[in-house]
Design a protein around this ligand. Structure first.
Ligand SMILES: [Zn+2]
Length: 520
């Protein structure tokens, strides 16, 4: 780089969780922007440069910046190429840029043209010396691209073009076409799910956050009671497929929380990639239930999964309940963690009897993290542990719980994370989202403790703790913090919990009558 002051312009600067300042810079050449050439400079809190991401910086540019063709000619070429019928009100914009493309450094006119017919926000790069079209694309942020297929009770996968029932993509426009009611319901529920994830606080563009087309298959198989998500590594897309149900159960795609549940499998697939077996599989299921319930909630006390799918809906029956998993044959504590051994508990037996042992009980053991998530949002007393909700207002509390699980899913979980790893991940998430808020951290910790997901302690920690707390359970770090006495021992306990900065615990719990407030 010959002259950083000349060549680089600051676009924005962001301070991250470590206190490092990350400065994004744009390269330019003789006053022209070099397309796609940004750098990031990371400076730590001691003002030391720690990292430079200059992968896209282009050195040694030597280019004549005087164009042979005018911007007006470039614009007419673009109009002709699009065959535009109706343009947007503000007309096209043209910018002279340096455009690195396919190994060449070219002087180009960047033309941006917004059009109603055909629909698009068209970006063109025209070679400013030769007039050739170097590259072009449609930058239109289509809010929602989805296709619903009609499997006609078959199991053809992937579906073929002649099975398309509804096509809402840039190529095809919008509308139901000749779809039937079940296909329309899937379409509408998919739209609602997309909008749930696209809005605050998640701001996600489709399941993979890349705006990928959502493909749904209606009438899957013959009266199947199942809905599922297929991660389409072979096809480059995710697919949801929905059976029409049988007997007491209606079409699975009629239930918004079922559709949102399946879609969330796509979110998890593109984020943590939790392996769909055993504990990681149950966690994967739980994350789908969490966001399925929130996307499809009737109100802030709705914790039922698929209540619209099981008919008649007004009997308030469902497939699962996050607030009361045991009511639907799921455990709500690690003591009852199911293994498909054919004997033992009712939970063990039910996954033993399921197809493929339910991948080692993924739809059974999901009750445990489901209950933990419920307790974070709604609070409550469970197995002797009193959990305060994240927030006093249930609506806000639900959203906070969602943000915690989503950050864990996108950032802290790995594909083989188990429940304990989920506990650590959600603790990391709450620390990151609400720095210094020990009340919220303790809520998350206690919620996991209440379902028996506890932190094993080292022998020395255990000996130390038992020396001052009678009845301390040596196996688990938090077997007791419910009734921590105020005073020095509380501080010691809290430092074991990683909460050294929290002065004294002052938690108005039902089973802990505090003498007076000691919160500083
Ligand atoms: Zn599922």
């Amino acid at each position: 780089m010959t002259d950083p002051y000349d060549e680089l312009t600051v676009i924005k600067a962001k301070v991250d969780h470590r206190g490092w300042e990350n400065i994004k810079l744009q390269q330019s050449y003789k006053g022209l922007l070099v397309e796609g050439s940004q750098l990031i400079l990371s400076i730590d809190d001691q003002r030391q440069v720690r990292m430079v991401n200059s992968r896209h910086y282009i050195g040694g540019i030597d280019l004549d910046t005087k164009p042979a063709i005018s911007s007006g000619i470039a614009t007419s070429m673009v109009r002709a190429h699009i065959a535009v019928q109706k343009e947007g009100p503000n007309g096209p914009t043209t910018t002279k840029v340096v455009y690195p493309y396919a190994g060449n450094i070219l002087l180009a006119w960047k033309v941006q043209l917004f059009a109603h017919e055909p629909v698009g926000d068209f970006i063109y790069y025209i070679d400013a010396q030769t007039g050739a079209i170097i590259n072009h694309y449609n930058n239109m942020p289509f809010a929602l691209n989805q296709i619903v297929y009609d499997a006609a009770s078959g199991t053809t996968f992937p579906p073929i073009a002649s099975q398309i029932a509804i096509n809402n993509t840039p190529a095809q426009g919008t509308g139901y076409g000749a779809a039937d009611d079940i296909e329309k319901a899937i379409y509408d529920n998919t739209t609602a799910t997309y909008n749930f994830w696209a809005a605050a606080p998640y701001f996600r563009d489709s399941f993979d956050d890349q705006g990928t087309i959502i493909k749904s298959i209606a009438h899957w198989d013959n009266n199947s009671n199942n809905a599922s998500w297929i991660t389409g590594s072979a096809t480059g897309h995710g697919y949801a497929k929905y059976g029409d149900g049988s007997g007491l159960n209606g079409p699975t795609g009629n239930s918004l929380d079922v559709v949102a549940h399946e879609f969330t499998h796509g979110v998890t697939g593109s984020e943590s990639g939790l392996i769909y077996q055993g504990a990681s599989g149950a966690l994967n299921e739980s994350i789908s239930d969490i966001f399925g319930v929130m996307a499809g909630q009737r109100n802030d006390t709705d914790w039922l999964v698929a209540e619209d799918y099981v008919v008649p809906a007004d009997l308030n029956v469902a497939l699962r309940s996050m607030s009361n998993p045991t009511a639907f044959n799921q455990p709500d504590h690690m003591d009852d963690y199911a293994t498909p051994d054919g004997g033992g508990s009712v939970y063990d037996q039910s996954c033993y009897n399921a197809t493929n042992y339910d991948n080692d009980c993924v739809h059974i053991n999901s009750g445990i993290p489901n209950k933990a998530a419920y307790l974070m949002a709604a609070g409550g007393s469970h197995h002797g542990v009193v959990v305060d909700p994240l927030d006093g207002a249930i609506a806000a509390s639900r959203v906070m719980m969602g943000r915690i699980f989503h950050l864990a899913n996108t950032t802290y979980l790995t594909n083989s994370s188990d429940f304990f790893a989920a506990r650590i991940a959600t603790e990391d998430a709450v620390k990151s989202l609400f720095p210094g808020d020990m009340d919220k951290l303790i809520t998350v910790m206690y919620a996991w403790l209440a379902v028996g997901v506890s932190v094993p302690v080292s022998a020395s920690e255990s000996a130390y703790a038992s020396s001052w707390v009678p009845g301390y359970n040596h196996r688990y770090r938090e077997s007791l913090p419910q009734n921590i006495p105020f005073g020095a021992d509380s501080l010691a306990m809290l430092s074991l919990l990683g909460c050294a900065s929290y002065r004294l615990i002052r938690r108005p719990r039902a089973n802990t009558p505090p003498a007076k407030s000691t919160k500083a």
